[in-house]
Design a protein around this ligand. Sequence first.
Ligand SMILES: [Fe+2]
Length: 385
Amino acid sequence: MFLVDNGFNFDARLNLRFKAGIVKKIGNELAAMGLKKVLIVTDPGVLKAKLHENLVSSLNEENIEYGIFSEVEPNPRDTTCEKAAEMAKEMNIDAVIGIGGGSSLDTAKCVGFLLTNPGRVKDYNGKNKVKNEPVPIIAIPTTAGTGSEVTANAAITDAEQHIKMSVRSPKIIPQLAILDPELLKTLPQHIAAFSSMDALIHAVESFLSRRSTTITDFFNLKAIELLSKYIRPFYAEPSNTEAAGNMLFGSMFAGLGISNTGTGNAHALGRALGGEYDMAHGLACSVVFPYVMKYNAMARPEKFVEIAKAMNLQIEGLTVKEIGQQVVQEMFDLLNELNIPAKLSELNVTKESFAGMAKVAINNVAPNPRKTTEEDLIRLLEEAY
Ligand SMILES: [Fe+2]
């Protein structure tokens, strides 16, 4: 199956620590890195669930000073990143630690580069605009979702124009990613569902991407295998450490995929929905995902067979076309079992917004395997309605 690729770039920095409960001892390693003062960037949910407490006591043990910025919101705004960066500047920190979901990690990445690069977040929207090395960025995910702990990307909302920006540079890949399945224990079920589906959609969209390569296929197939095996047990019981650990691996592998291939139409439409309706990212991508899969099946039939195999679906005796349909059906089943709506009409979305969202989404369809026009996007939204 491995073809000779037409040349490609692959950027990654894999500096991982993985162990249940590892956050309790991480201060030791941070002290060895020479860190004396850090800013913890997180959201109110993490504080409420006290997920930062082990990190804080571990910093105290090593006499590492810290401040906490806990104002990160879902779909984080550029103004929030800049406020956190102000605090970091005043403290004169050596490193920034993001702990939380993708929003907290992406905000921490922005703090990291804003400290060593002039101007505002919006000056760095796009590819390779970050010139100077950021201060060290340490990422501690508390969901198995974005894979942001290994990606070269930060998704930030322009607070004035209400559009999603994307800062993309290998320089903002975290120096250190700490994967601790115990942090996922108290995840509310709906967030477990949205973030897990987001991770699976990353793996699938990256695998099907026009920009996929032998290297990203390797990570994405492993991600699809792990995520589809553990997504149900994890949703049923986030405190199942084995399931949580494998979901963290899966989302991290998928992160290595999307960071190098981009995503497809589910993310193009999901981002537009997120901007228009301030909908949770995982939910917005999930609700359109099965329809996008149906649309894409004819473009990569052989890859749909590989997805079916990685998902351990029963495909014996089926034709390639039937296997594609089976994969699409599995995505509908997953949404149903994870209690995620598979219809936009259930989410107070109105048809009047379709044309506007298609106009936004068309800018993000380039990696999608099947050619897509604005009219196609409107049809996909209508089907998902
Ligand atoms: Fe995503």
